[in-house]
Design a protein around this ligand. Structure first.
Ligand code: UT7
Length: 335
């Protein structure tokens, strides 16, 4: 879908934050019947960070945001729009307003986007629309999730995968010539929503018949791992190819492949389908596991910090997950 584009979108800076508590595969193997060998060989994950004590999603989201802001000449008050991609809000009415308050970004309108592991991609594309049509100049996009709160810690098929984290990006309106978001492609297949979800269920134990017919609570994460795996390795390469074709770019012109960090085998399979060499695949899965909406901005921020990504590099960002939803952005990094 095309719209009237008057402005370019510049990625000014990124930031990220993870909780201090580090849980190794060894620790998980004391909770469920699994092993470091099984987890690492099937997923590439060694450890993950878990939010504990009184810390909240907003604490890590605000640290990531401040780290990104510090790298720009902007103050929180200069931000026009905050989009928080999360599926694990503090408040079902949305958490972005809490982030706005914590940052003191009093001029910003703030709202949440719920799109699980594709959340950051969809939030970036949404932010880009507001900038490209000239409505907002400075936008903070945050991907943050604390899936540990919704994990069934007795289910070895899922509890080995997830970790908590946050990543942030500051986007700014620019001339069309210095535009960094070159193109995108988004998809949803709601027919398969039940392959990965957190159901809302009526409370069967509620004694009051009237209440039990209308009130309940959210369950824990359930996932058909094999189906989600097959979906990812078939749809993500198609999405990337579609996006590259629309920009007349070839796979060889891509410097980095940065996928949602779900499973090392998925990363390798997608790269191999597209014939992208392994050395171009960015991965920090080993340290953090699957951090849902945080995984792409967290890996992007680390790769920029490590000077892996250089001025002028083209990066494919691709997210996929619950919904089922998937999407790609082609990004040009310019210092
Ligand atoms: O962010 C959203 C996107 N999510 C994903 O992309 C997840 C995609 N799926 C996956 O990454 C993989 O399907 C998993 C890592 C979740 C599972 O790997 P798998 O190779 O598909 O394993 P499986 O489910 O086929 O299970 C193979 C065997 C089974 O035993 P049997 O039936 O063959 O005897 C499982 O019971 O491994 C067993 N198993 C485990 N064994 C030790 C499953 N989980 C574990 C475990 N430790 N943690």
């Amino acid at each position: 879908m095309k719209s009237s584009i008057t402005q370019g979108v510049k990625l000014l800076a990124t930031g990220s934050a993870v909780p201090n508590l580090c849980i190794s595969n060894q620790v998980i193997s004391n909770i469920v019947n699994t092993s470091d060998e099984w987890i690492f060989s099937r997923t590439g994950i060694k450890e993950r960070r878990i939010l504990s004590n009184n810390n909240s999603l907003i604490d890590i989201a605000s640290i990531a945001s401040l780290k990104a802001l510090e790298k720009t000449n902007l103050n929180a008050i200069d931000i026009d729009l905050i989009i928080l991609a999360t599926s694990t809000p503090n408040d079902l009415f949305g958490s972005a307003s809490q982030l706005q308050a914590k940052l003191g970004a009093n001029n910003a309108v703030a709202f949440d986007i719920t799109a699980a592991c594709s959340g950051f991609i969809i939030a970036m594309v949404t932010a880009a629309q507001f900038i490209q049509n000239g409505n907002y100049s400075n936008v903070l996009v945050v991907g943050a999730d604390v899936l540990s709160k919704w994990t069934d810690w007795s289910d070895r098929r899922t509890c080995i995968l997830f970790g908590d984290g946050a990543g942030a990006a500051i986007l700014q309106s620019s001339s069309l010539i210095s535009n960094n978001i070159l193109g995108f492609h988004l998809n949803t297949n709601g027919q398969k929503f039940n392959q990965l979800n957190i159901h809302y269920e009526l409370d069967k134990h509620q004694e009051n018949v009237f209440m039990s017919s209308m009130q309940g609570k959210f369950n824990v994460i359930t996932m058909n791992g094999k189906e989600v795996y097959k979906f990812a390795v078939s749809k993500v390469p198609q999405s990337i190819q579609h996006c590259l074709d629309s920009l007349n770019l070839s796979v060889d012109q891509i410097d980095w492949l940065l996928l949602h960090q779900a499973n090392a085998r998925i990363l390798n399979a997608v790269a191999s389908r597209l014939m992208i060499p392994k050395k171009k695949v960015i991965s920090n899965l080993e340290k953090y596991g699957n951090t849902s909406a945080a995984s792409i901005p967290l890996a992007l921020d680390e790769a920029i910090q490590d000077y892996k990504i250089n001025h002028g590099d083209l990066i494919v960002l691709s997210g996929f997950g619950a919904g089922l939803t998937w999407g790609t952005i082609i990004l040009k990094w310019q210092v």
